[in-house]
Design a protein around this ligand. Sequence first.
Ligand SMILES: NC(=O)c1ccc[n+]([C@@H]2O[C@H](COP(=O)([O-])OP(=O)(O)OC[C@H]3O[C@@H](n4cnc5c(N)ncnc54)[C@H](O)[C@@H]3O)[C@@H](O)[C@H]2O)c1
Length: 303
Amino acid sequence: MSDALRFDDKVVIVTGAGGGLGRAHALLFARHGARVVVNDLGGSTHGEGANASAADRVVAEIREAGGIAVANHDSVTDGEKIVRCAVDAFGRVDVVVNNAGILRDKAFHKMEDADWDLVYKVHVEGAYKVTRAAWPLMREQGYGRVIFTSSTSGIYGNFGQSNYGMAKLGLYGLTRTLALEGRKNNILVNAIAPTGGTRMTEGLIPQQVFEQLKPELVSPLVGFLGSEACQDTGGLFEVGGGWIGKVRWERSLGIGFDPQAGFDVADVAAGWQQICDFDDAAHPADNIEALREMMANLQKYSA
Ligand SMILES: NC(=O)c1ccc[n+]([C@@H]2O[C@H](COP(=O)([O-])OP(=O)(O)OC[C@H]3O[C@@H](n4cnc5c(N)ncnc54)[C@H](O)[C@@H]3O)[C@@H](O)[C@H]2O)c1
C-alpha cells in the first residue's frame, strides 16, 4: 500500500469507538499503522450510563493484533480531555473521526426538551468540542483530517428523528465551513452518512440485511478520508454494504422576477412549476456560485 494510505506516523482519535462503526474504524486505522485513541463513554444507545469496558475491549483487541492504542472514557462533550489524552499518549493529533452518537427517537409532538438537548449535545456539541480542541494543533502542524458522521436521516429526513436529523445535517453545515477555513493549513474536512448493522440499527433493519451491513464495510472510506492521499474537502458521502457514493446540492435554475416592477403571490404560484423544475439544474459548490443567479437577476433588471 502507498505511504499516503498508511498511518505510521499518524495519531488518530476515533470517538464512540467502543463498538459499532467506531470500533471498525479504530481497528482499520490501527491495522494501517496509526496510533489510535479509542474514545467511548460506554453508555446506552439512549445516552444513559457509562462503562469503561467498551473502549478497553477495543484497545485490547488492537494490542493483541500488534497495534498501538490507548483508551479514553470521557464524553465527547469534554472534547478537550480527549485531545489532551491523545497528546499525552502520543504527542500529536492528525485525524479526528467524530463518530460518537446516541438516539432519542420520538415523533415531534412527543419530543421533550431533554431528548432534543441530549441529541444536540452528543452529536453537535460533542463533535464541536473534540474538533475545536484538535484544530489549533492541526493548524500549527499544517496537517489534519477531520471526518464528521452525518446520516441519511439528516439529509432526507426520517419519521421520529427530528432531533437526530437536525443534529446530523448540522454536522454537514459544520463540515462545509471548516473545509473552507481548514484548507490553507492542509486540514481537510469531510462527512459520511453511513449505514451499518450496529446496536443503533438493530431491530430497525430486517435481520438478514442487518447482518450483511457489516460496520467494517464503512471503514475503508473513513480510512481514505483520513489519509494523506485524500485531497478532497467539504464532501458528503453515503456509505454502507460495500457501496460508496458522493452527495451534492442541486438547485433548479429557478425564475427571476423584476424586483423594480415587483411581484406578488400569484406570480409565485404561476411560476411554481419553473421554480421546481430540475431540468438543467445547477450544482453550486460555494456561496459565491450559489448567489450568481440572484445577482444576475438584479443586474438584468437594474436600470
Ligand atoms: N448504524 C447506522 O446505520 C448509522 C446510520 C447513520 C449514522 N450513524 C452514526 O454513526 C455513528 C456510530 O453509530 P453506531 O451505529 O456505530 O452506533 P453505536 O451505538 O454502536 O456506537 C456509538 C458509540 O458512541 C458512544 N457514545 C455515545 N455517547 C457518547 C459520548 N457522549 N461520548 C463518547 N462516546 C459516546 C457509544 O457508547 C457507542 O459505543 C453515530 O454517530 C450514528 O449516529 C449510524
